[in-house]
Design a protein around this ligand. Structure first.
Ligand SMILES: CC(C)(COP(=O)(O)OP(=O)(O)OC[C@H]1O[C@@H](n2cnc3c(N)ncnc32)[C@H](O)[C@@H]1OP(=O)(O)O)[C@@H](O)C(=O)NCCC(=O)NCCS
Length: 171
């Protein structure tokens, strides 16, 4: 992966994003209408990114930031590219965005059965703060709620802010 680049998502990206969304989230996939609504709230309270590898969209992620708190709303990477740092690149950028917007903490929900995503979030300094029973519908799967404090003006990387900020998988 030579040319990974992150940029703001636009409605022109939605055909590709929706294909990935359906492949990765199945019956819990967001609809075009939902995503259009989300993008309509950029930049006021949202920031959605796509990750492109040599011009091809290979992942995307979204952040809500309001009232000093941020939420990672979604993060997804084409399954063929997992484990190569795309998810980390997206998450790092969302954390930087939250800090730039003056947020002091970032929350997210993750499926209790999604070990891979939990490893990514723990690597980036998120810790469990609670469980929402039956949060994901229609499956009824529990959500783990995770939180990461943002202590300074810019996140310094994995491991509760004491890393070097590189954060690439395998680094
Ligand atoms: C979760 C998801 C976004 C991760 O994307 P990714 O591009 O594979 O993420 P990365 O390569 O940056 O990191 C993931 C892995 O690297 C680890 N990691 C990241 N940086 C690391 C580093 N510097 N050193 C060691 N490990 C690292 C993570 O803990 C995880 O470990 P694993 O390989 O043992 O599973 C992706 O798997 C996905 O799209 N899943 C389906 C959708 C989904 O579940 N989204 C999350 C909803 S809450």
């Amino acid at each position: 992966m030579t040319g990974l680049r992150l940029r703001t998502m636009t409605t022109g990206d939605l055909d590709t994003v929706l294909r990935l969304e359906l492949a990765l989230f199945g019956e819990e996939a967001w609809s075009r209408q939902m995503l259009v609504g989300e993008l309509g709230q950029q930049p006021a309270t949202r920031r959605y990114l796509v990750a492109e590898d040599d011009g091809e969209i290979v992942g995307y992620a979204g952040l809500l930031a309001a009232g000093g708190q941020a939420d990672v709303l979604t993060i997804a990477v084409d399954a063929a590219r997992w484990g190569r740092g795309v998810g980390s690149a997206l998450l790092r950028q969302l954390l930087a965005e939250a800090a730039e917007r003056g947020c002091t903490e970032v929350f997210l929900e993750v499926r209790a059965d999604n070990a891979r995503a939990q490893r990514l979030y723990r690597w980036w300094g998120f810790a469990d703060v609670g469980i929402r029973r039956g949060y994901y519908q229609p499956s009824g799967t529990d959500a783990i709620v995770m939180r990461r404090p943002l202590t300074g003006p810019a996140p310094t990387g994995p491991g509760h802010g004491d890393g070097d900020g590189s954060g690439e998988a395998g680094a």
